[in-house]
Design a binder for this molecule. Structure first.
Ligand code: ADP
Ligand code: MG
Length: 623
């Protein structure tokens, strides 16, 4: 410690500005979430419990961190001083951790929260705070000043963090006789209720009853009374747990404010024993859409004790499922390494995954309408499983829902197959960014004219999974922008008269000369009806939508020129053919037709100025 000025401390007192996002967020939290003020206590107690869990876990590998026997979370209201203190025996925070955890926004979801909150209608705001769990900053709803005194377990220096929540915070050396954290709230004049021990107790009962560490409240008579029962709701017999208790627990583990779409509670007995309580959320959480992590956050407990929320109890494609799995088949002091390696966990994973999947299948079959709502929230995630999980691929494809060119609403692959033409061999699909735009795509014209249905796939993952699934119930999946579609064998059923097809051979040399290597090939197509031209992926390269996605995500995609497909029955194409035959110049039209195809595919024009020049020239010379 020599050479340091403030004995035992690495640095002295200092005032710092909050990061810009924290400032904005604080403002929003304090001013727009008034009606749900009591949740500040839930957030602070949850943080205290998390820190205590973390210390217990760290102590497994570092004896110096071991928790005191009577580790608990203490809530101490002091009416006279107007102070409310929440104390824990958790890991505590070092100086750096105070700066990083409380002075900046570490979680990417929090920034998204700020944006959402700014846009939200007043009545939606309270539920947003639940979805995001803005956590620590909620303290400023009831306090005009917050002090955090903390000592990191394993060190002997303590620091005090102080702020009025208005742009800056102060750090200074402090003392604390043991590791842990005190959060001291200087309670606002209009928040008296939170100095009342009965009121505090009712908030704990409501929000934090199941916290596994004892939570005590100091009563006016000087007695510390237990405020939570700490009962593990997931271990209680199913018929003894009320709907309300389940909902409350769901809201706690998921940070959601809605009701679960599905609640699964069961006890597995036999070679492997565990209890599970899992929820599928009823809506898509906002911070979840940011998808900072693809890992399942289902919590692993061993005999009630929290062990880890990154034991990956479910595959990524079920990462929206929240809840708890509790087993007796692992030792309490299971380490991270052991978690990776133990076959027990692999067996639990498999059992839990199968159970959730069976529930999804059941609902898919029994409650199509309810399932579609689920699919709108999480379908894009489930489809990742079709792509990456060979074991469940076919099952997942079976419950997947799709938009289609032929049906309103959602359809399944099985339903699509039941509507296929007798001579149709493949399931056709078209990928893009937006189902409504896809539905109007010129690529569909030839299929529509022949009464052929095309699935419209508009999630990013849709560019990937069809290649892996390859077929469903023995029907191949085929992208209509990729393969050579042999549409001629299907009779045109639509009234639209197609007219005669022109022979393109006389036009091709002129086109090739003008377009050069901007296109890999030019050919006639039966796919189009009312459009003159469209682009298709060259057989040598990936699907067009996939190329677009990869480029957008910054990946290097070899520039494979697309195929230009011409509609030989279209008046414009016929006009070009006849001009070429009579020796007239078709140069300008050749350049334009590629641009038209690009526009129709929603591709940006390579040279917009050149395009408008060509168009202007053409219009003026034609008069
Ligand atoms: P979250 O809990 O979702 O991470 P919070 O805003 O509630 O977000 O807390 C921010 C971070 O501050 C926590 O992740 C944790 O690292 C730290 N923290 C908050 N309270 C405590 C505490 N009592 N003890 C130790 N660390 C804490
Ligand atoms: Mg928190």
């Amino acid at each position: 410690m020599s050479g340091q000025e403030t004995a035992g401390h690495s640095q002295g007192a200092e005032t710092r500005e909050f990061s810009a996002e924290v400032g904005r967020l604080l403002d929003l939290v304090v001013h727009s979430l008034y009606s749900e003020r009591e949740i500040f206590l839930r957030e602070l107690v949850a943080n205290a419990a998390d820190a205590t869990d973390r210390r217990r876990f760290e102590a497994l590998t570092d004896g110096a961190l071991v928790l005191p026997e009577d580790a608990k979370i203490r809530i101490n209201p002091d009416k006279d001083a107007r102070l409310l203190t929440i104390t824990d025996d958790g890991t505590g925070m070092s100086r750096d951790e105070l700066v990083n955890n409380l002075g900046t926004i570490a979680r990417s979801g929090t920034r998204a929260f700020g944006e959402k909150l700014a846009d939200a209608k007043p009545e939606d705001k309270p539920s947003l705070i639940g979805q995001f769990g803005v956590g620590f900053y909620a303290a400023f709803m009831v306090a005009d000043r917050v002090e955090v005194v903390s000592r990191r377990a394993g060190t002997d220096e303590a620091w005090k963090w102080t702020s009025d929540g208005k742009g800056a915070y102060r750090l200074e050396p402090a003392s604390r006789d043991k590791p842990g954290t005190d959060i001291v709230l200087h309670v606002k004049d209009d928040a008296d209720e939170f100095l009342d021990s009965w009121r505090l107790e009712s908030v704990i009962r409501k929000w934090a009853d199941h916290i596994s560490w004892p939570v005590t409240i100091l009563k006016p008579d000087g007695e510390e009374s237990a405020a939570n029962t700490g009962k593990a709701i997931w271990l209680r017999p199913k018929n003894e747990v009320t709907e309300d208790e389940l909902k409350e627990f769901y809201r706690h583990v998921s940070h959601n404010f809605d009701d679960p779409w599905a609640t699964l509670q069961w006890k597995a007995e036999g070679t492997i024993e565990f209890s599970a309580l899992l929820f599928v959320p009823g809506s898509r959480p906002f911070d979840w859409a940011g998808e900072q992590s693809r890992d399942s956050k289902v919590r692993l407990h061993v005999r009630r004790m929290f062990i880890s929320d990154d034991a990956m109890l479910l595959p990524s494609w079920l990462r929206f499922v929240t809840g708890v799995v509790d087993t007796e088949d692992l030792p309490l002091n299971v380490s991270r390494e052991m978690l990776q390696a133990t076959p027990v966990l692999a067996r639990i994973r498999k059992a839990v995954t199968t159970r959730v999947l069976n529930e999804l299948k059941k609902r898919s079959a029994d409650d199509a309408e309810g399932f579609e709502k689920f699919w709108e929230n999480f379908g894009s995630v489930v489809k990742e499983g079709v792509w990456e999980d060979a074991e469940y691929r076919t099952d997942l494809a079976g419950i997947a829902r799709f938009r289609s060119s032929a049906a309103e609403g959602w359809t399944t692959l099985a339903e699509y197959i039941s509507r296929m033409k007798p001579e149709q061999e493949a399931i056709y699909y078209l990928t893009g960014d937006n189902a409504d735009i896809l539905a109007k795509s010129s690529q569909l014209e030839g299929f529509r004219a022949r009464g052929l249905e095309v699935l419209l796939l508009s999630d990013p993952v849709d560019s990937f999974w069809p290649d892996r699934l390859t077929s469903f119930e023995e029907k191949k999946l085929r992208s209509i922008t990729q393969g050579q579609e042999d549409l001629e064998k299907f009779a045109v059923t639509d009234e639209t008269s197609l007219g005669d097809a022109a022979d393109l051979s006389g036009l091709l040399p002129a086109l090739k000369e003008v377009l050069g290597d901007e296109v890999s090939d030019i050919r006639a197509t039966e796919r189009l009806v009312s459009s003159p031209a469209a682009l298709a992926a060259s057989a040598a390269g990936p699907d067009l939508q996939l190329q677009k996605l990869l480029r957008r995500s910054g990946q290097d995609v070899p520039d494979v020129a697309p195929l230009l497909e011409l509609n030989p029955r279209h008046p414009l194409v016929k006009e070009m053919v006849s001009r070429a035959a009579s020796g007239e110049s078709v140069k300008a039209l050749c350049g334009l037709i590629l641009d038209i195809a690009r526009i129709q595919d929603g591709e940006p024009l390579k040279d917009p100025a050149g395009f408008s020049q060509k168009l202007t020239d053409l219009l003026t010379t034609k008069g």
